[in-house]
Unconditional design. Structure first.
Ligand code: SAM
Ligand code: DTB
Ligand code: SF4
Length: 322
């Protein structure tokens, strides 16, 4: 349990449902008040993503174009060279990113992959950027190696509620994910963990996902809330779109439950209006993925994001290196 009385780890379903059910203005007021008590309300942290190993993944995550099981339109690529990764990190830094996140389409990395990734982490860190990687399931030894290599954040999402999980993924369990998260936490690496909404889950599933995240022994430092990006060829293509108001409510409830975490408005921004994104920021989102690409799909262009920030009077920042 947390020693800080505002950081609760004992959320119950009925109280989370009660938050979701608040009149929209009351919910946003509560979320914004919470946000202001813990953060500079006009500052947003920006992370850039790079897919360092793309496609041919053995897993069956129903949302993911990188699974080898689905016929999506991506070109598989082996683990990138360190030079190419560092070049991409330089570009991200020049564009203004404070964190560089490297993602690999693996169920779990091999030990020799970890050594390459550690070299990437060290090179990116030397540029003054925060580092994050997402590589799938880890062993204790691999986690320790990443920690010793200086990694700042590990991203590993719970994706959805435990109940809905098996509708979306069958090749690894919810417990596998919790085990990797515990390893990362125990090794002293910052945890980036969130989920995806708009996958056909229910209101209860969304509430339960947030409960799983907030009731971890310590809140994740970063909580990415992804709106499903529907990709041709994946099983979740054609899922009924989630009401944008429910998405904004999800951001607000996450902010209230995890007041000191960076809540990231993650995948799906390319299909959101500027006004919807502004409401997500008002609801307490204070981080985005920045750069023209997520891993394999499009993200808003950087000049579009910078123009939006200017219109909203938002500053970028929030890096521990800044
Ligand atoms: N293979 C590793 C793993 O799954 O842990 C790391 C990379 S994986 C692509 C990282 C995360 O991206 C997934 O956990 C999922 O939350 C998110 N993601 C993948 N495809 C997505 C999509 N179409 N829409 C939204 N989020 C997606
Ligand atoms: C996260 O929660 N979202 C990012 C990052 N962590 C690795 C990935 C989004 C991927 C969207 C689909 C794609 O571009 O392939
Ligand atoms: Fe593989 Fe990760 Fe995509 Fe699942 S989300 S198919 S593990 S790359």
């Amino acid at each position: 349990m947390s020693q800080n009385p505002v950081l609760r780890n004992d959320w119950q379903l009925d109280e989370v449902q009660a938050l979701y059910a608040l009149p929209f203005n009351d919910l946003l007021f509560k979320a914004q008040s919470t946000h202001r008590a813990h953060f500079d309300a006009n500052e947003i942290q920006i992370s850039s993503l790079l897919s360092i190993k793309t496609g041919s993944c053995s897993e069956d995550c129903g949302y993911c174009p990188q699974s080898a099981r689905y016929d999506s339109d991506i070109t598989p690529e082996a683990l990138m060279s360190i030079d190419k990764v560092l070049q991409a990190a330089e570009n991200a830094k020049a564009q203004g990113a404070s964190r560089f996140c490297m993602g690999a389409a693996w169920r779990k990395p091999k030990d020799k992959d970890i050594e390459r990734v550690v070299e990437m982490v060290q090179g990116v860190k030397a540029m003054g950027l925060e580092t994050c990687v997402t590589l799938g399931m880890l062993t204790d030894e691999q986690t320790q190696r990443l920690k010793d290599g200086g990694l700042d954040y590990y991203n590993h999402n719970l994706d959805t509620s435990e109940d809905y999980y098996s509708e979306v993924i069958t090749t690894r369990t919810y417990q596998d994910r919790l085990d990797t998260l515990a390893r990362v936490r125990d090794a002293g690496i910052n945890v980036c963990c969130g989920g995806i909404v708009g996958m056909g889950e229910t209101d209860v599933d969304r509430a339960k996902l947030l409960i799983e995240l907030a009731n971890l022994p310590k809140h994740p430092e970063s909580v990415p809330i992804n709106m499903l990006v529907q990709v041709e060829g994946t099983p979740l293509m054609g899922t009924e779109a989630l009401d944008p108001i429910i998405f904004i409510r999800t951001v607000a409830v996450a902010r209230i439950m995890m007041p000191e975490s960076r809540v990231r408005l993650s995948a799906g921004r390319n299909n959101m209006s500027d006004e919807m994104q502004a409401l997500c920021f008002f609801a307490g989102a204070n981080s985005i993925f920045y750069g023209d690409k997520l891993l394999t799909t499009d993200n808003p262009m950087t000049n579009q994001d910078l123009a939006l920030f200017k219109r909203l009077g938002v500053r970028t920042g929030g890096s521990s290196y800044a």
